[in-house]
Design a binder for this molecule. Sequence first.
Ligand code: NAD
Ligand code: DAU
Length: 358
Amino acid sequence: MILVTGGAGFIGANFVLDWLAQSDEPIVNLDKLTYAGNLQNLASLAGDRRHLFVQGDIGDRELTDSLLLQYQPRALINFAAESHVDRSIHGPKDFIQTNIVGTFHLLESVRDYWSHLPGETRKSFRFVHVSTDEVYGSLARDEPAFSEAHRYEPNSPYSASKAASDHLVRAYHHTYGLPLLTTNCSNNYGPYHFPEKLIPLMIVNALAGKPLPVYGDGQQIRDWLYVKDHCAAIRRVLAAGHPGETYNVGGWNEKPNLEIVHTVCTLLDELRPRTDGKAYHEQVAYVADRPGHDRRYAIDARKIESELGWKPAETFATGIRKTVQWYLDNQEWVRDVQSGAYREWVEKNYGERQKVRS
Ligand code: NAD
Ligand code: DAU
């Protein structure tokens, strides 16, 4: 069996669902269930004996030691993290605690478990650390995309905490020989994406008749990848990646935020037109920029393609259509995630950002 951390969040839940749709190998899913963790994402697995959910913290040594000992996983995939840049700006503490200290404790726990495994099992054990392209910092418009050799230059408390965790992973391979692999992926989108992030926020706000808050001039560029393609890349790295290596994962889909927002609006105009006959893009509102906002990310994904044969299956056009349709088909999920705590966050992040122009 495999152990997954953070498997009730956006990417982790998609990974768990895809894994069990393709394989009968059981999963132990350790997740703290922070505001971002949601067991409804895994509702279709109710009663499925291949999925064992454990609520807990990756930084809880006693718990991780006992899970490793009890279930003897052949691999671990670490998705657990605080993941939202804006939240890291408002309050970095949880990011340091989970992304750095939590990863450290998890590595220590795994080091102990792995060092006591018998020969062949020890040799084939793998730990995949799921990280981000944000560790590389920001690119100018004409700079080449991030390769695995790009220097680390994180700019937000979130990306700095992920960079620190990547360095720990690197050091544990180099020093102790732990069979660790790191993936650095670009922006994901797809089902179960929490509506604090750009794409789901735009869909949810558009349908609710609320403003669509675009930070700054909306010309910041991200490289978008459909979440199921990211999950396939991680499965490939787990199956065939070389310990100690890092793999950049991206969709070859660089787009400015404003284009993303307009694409979402156009799809909604087609699939769920406004009752007043107006276009959704009329709801766009330019608001104060994110402090320290990275201008451009872009991933050079040639290494994972040439060495491991992974390529994204979705284009942006197919992936975004599926995503918008998913949100339209899952309005109950959308309603349920907009709890009081969610509304408090929206007020905190957007309340103070006065409208700049529309
Ligand atoms: P998410 O915020 O949706 O989910 C994170 C999950 O981790 C939640 O279920 C949460 O409950 C859990 N968690 C948080 N702290 C924990 C702790 N201390 N112990 C156990 N569980 C804990 O995040 P996501 O978007 O699914 O991202 C998953 C991973 O992928 C993160 O490491 C993130 O840095 C990385 N990543 C995300 C993207 C993206 O576009 N979303 C892109 C590249 C990399
Ligand atoms: O690049 C990978 C990263 O992508 C992951 O490591 C992070 O976990 C993930 O959250 C994501 O980070 P971003 O900061 O790029 O994602 P977010 O959806 O928050 O923002 C995307 C872009 O849209 C960014 O330029 C900020 C902008 N934005 C975002 C929000 C929430 C807006 O203009 N308005 C908004 O309301």
